[in-house]
Design a protein around this ligand. Structure first.
Ligand SMILES: Cc1cc2nc3c(=O)[nH]c(=O)nc-3n(C[C@H](O)[C@H](O)[C@H](O)COP(=O)(O)OP(=O)(O)OC[C@H]3O[C@@H](n4cnc5c(N)ncnc54)[C@H](O)[C@@H]3O)c2cc1C
Length: 108
């Protein structure tokens, strides 16, 4: 799970360096969803392993969960990035039939 996010981050960074941000927009949207969701699950497991202490101030895990949770909203909520990914993928096939799809604006 961690490795899948790590590899996708590396792919997105490689594409940003080689084909630019526009060419990497699909991978950028993917890591903006995948990395925080992955981290959220890992931190949640950590809270569970700590038991009641995991939701207290005795350990940092509850604070980490709350901080990480903001990453699924800031810079566009997950839904916006998921919609962007779907439209980019669908546009590949729509263009085969001479159709065009309006691309979403994920940041102003
Ligand atoms: C910690 C933090 C730091 C931030 N830093 C910055 C910053 O530095 N600069 C800046 O400009 N902004 C910043 N923001 C604002 C952030 O970009 C917005 O909170 C974010 O874009 C969501 O907008 P909103 O809060 O108005 O929620 P809304 O747009 O009202 O969205 C609420 C919910 O509605 C759903 N939703 C919204 N749009 C869609 C859609 N198109 N399709 C499907 N569902 C949708 C989602 O479930 C979403 O979570 C920050 C936010 C946080 C929490």
């Amino acid at each position: 799970m961690i490795d899948s996010a790590r590899l996708l981050v590396l792919k997105a960074a490689y594409m940003m360096d080689t084909v630019g941000n526009k060419g990497a927009k699909s991978e950028i949207a993917m890591i903006k969803v995948l990395a925080p969701v992955m981290a959220q699950q890992i931190i949640d497991w950590s809270i569970q392993a700590h038991g009641g202490g995991g939701v207290s101030d005795d350990f940092a895990v509850a604070q980490l969960w709350a901080h990480n949770r903001t990453l699924r909203i800031a810079d566009g909520p997950d839904e916006v990035h998921r919609n962007a990914i779907a439209k980019i993928e669908l546009s590949k096939y729509a263009s085969l039939h001479g159709e065009t799809l309006d691309m979403p604006v994920t940041r102003s």
